[in-house]
Design a protein around this ligand. Structure first.
Ligand code: SAM
Length: 350
């Protein structure tokens, strides 16, 4: 529906101040007025028993967070500051305004089903924001820069990976050039995320190694679409990859013995850090099977035997890295409600 801008914004404001308000996203720029910020996210928060509106404004470099009382002039001013797109989500409706080049407001309402949560720290601060261009390039987010419900688990997994990676980087000098290699990079969501995250502090060159040519093509296209530089994907098996050196090695859910190929790569190239998530254990080292069979309780129950073999295989993998001089810990990567293959072997050079 065509409306006057002031009328459309007044309705948006009314929805923001209502008790069903969940979140609002302000993006884009009108032709006639340019907003100060690239994007503003609004949401209700409860602070000292009072509902406030939290505004997180992004100028492309930094986030600025302020909490305003309901009805504050600042919220009205942010809405009127020149954004071309306004989305106001309530518990059952999404109200959208799009301002045309002729300064007309086109408004629409669609159905949603969202929960209003007021805890101040409800949303853990994620290391890469939902609206980062990699997520739209990977088709994980919608046009307004919100992670799609079906991609939320992947988004949380990415955040967990970045948090697990961070402590392994202490020996690398900030601002230096570092090479990152992701062995068996698959659909490349984790590769793109690690590259995007590390470019904040390093000059990063990333190579994804993947044997499936379709995935390689898609990954290179996604990197271009996200406007990332210094990252490419090559079609190769881990063993045949020509890469000779990297500071950071990733091998996440690399199938079967591809995890061992990745560990061989680490032992050959001595990176400062390696993050390895074993996947399906179709083939297990003979010595592991031999040793496990010595347990008096082995052979009683199929599932238990499988788990003993998987765990001892991974413990042996971690040990290979320890013997080569790495500090190694094995941590949970994602909750086991998502997958039973949820261990991450983390190695940091001494
Ligand atoms: C389960 S996916 C994981 C993808 C990605 N690392 C992730 O965690 O989202 C496993 C990928 O490993 C690739 N792969 C398996 N063995 C490989 C090998 N030896 N060399 C290169 N790629 C391999 C497969 O083609 C597949 O795309």
């Amino acid at each position: 529906m065509k409306r006057r801008i002031d009328e459309a914004l007044a309705e948006a404001l009314e929805r923001i101040h209502s008790e069903t308000f969940v979140r609002a996203i302000l993006t884009g720029s009108r032709k006639s007025v340019k907003p100060t910020y690239k994007r503003v996210d609004l949401r209700p928060v409860e602070i000292k028993s009072q509902v406030m509106i939290q505004a997180v404004a992004h100028d492309g470099k930094k986030d600025y967070t302020e909490n305003y009382p309901i009805g504050a002039d600042e919220i009205r001013a942010l809405l009127a500051s020149g954004f071309a797109n306004v989305i106001v989500d309530s518990t059952s409706e999404s109200y959208q305004i799009q301002v045309t080049k002729k300064d007309e407001a086109i408004t629409g309402v669609s159905k949603t089903s969202l929960e209003r949560v007021l805890e101040h720290d409800r949303q853990k601060e994620r290391l890469l924001p939902e609206f980062h261009p990699i997520f739209s390039a990977l088709e994980m987010s919608d046009g307004a820069g919100r992670i799609k419900p079906t991609k939320r688990d992947k988004y949380i997994q990415i955040d967990q990976l970045l948090r697990l990676l961070e402590p392994t980087l202490s020996s690398l000098e900030k601002g230096s050039t570092i090479k990152v290699v992701d062995l068996a990079s698959g659909s490349a969501a984790l590769t793109l995320a690690v590259h995007a995250y590390l470019t904040r502090e390093f000059d990063v060159k990333t190579l994804g190694v993947e044997r499936n040519p379709d995935l390689v093509k898609k990954a290179n296209a996604a990197a271009r679409l996200a406007n990332l530089s210094g990252i490419e994907f090559e079609e190769s098996s881990i063993k045949e990859s020509k890469l000779d050196k990297a500071e950071v090695v990733l091998a996440l859910h690399a199938c079967d013995t591809a995890t061992d190929d990745a560990i061989d790569f680490v032992l050959r190239t001595h990176p400062a850090a390696a993050l390895i998530v074993p996947c399906c254990h179709q083939t297990r080292p003979q010595e592991v099977v031999r040793e496990a069979r010595k347990f008096p309780f082995f052979g009683q129950d199929g599932i238990v035997d499988e788990r003993i073999l998987d765990l001892t295989t991974d413990a042996q993998r971690a040990d290979r890295l320890r013997e080569a001089g790495y500090f190694v810990d094995i941590v949970e990567f994602v909750g086991d409600e998502h997958t039973a293959r949820n261990l991450l072997i983390r190695a940091r050079g001494k």
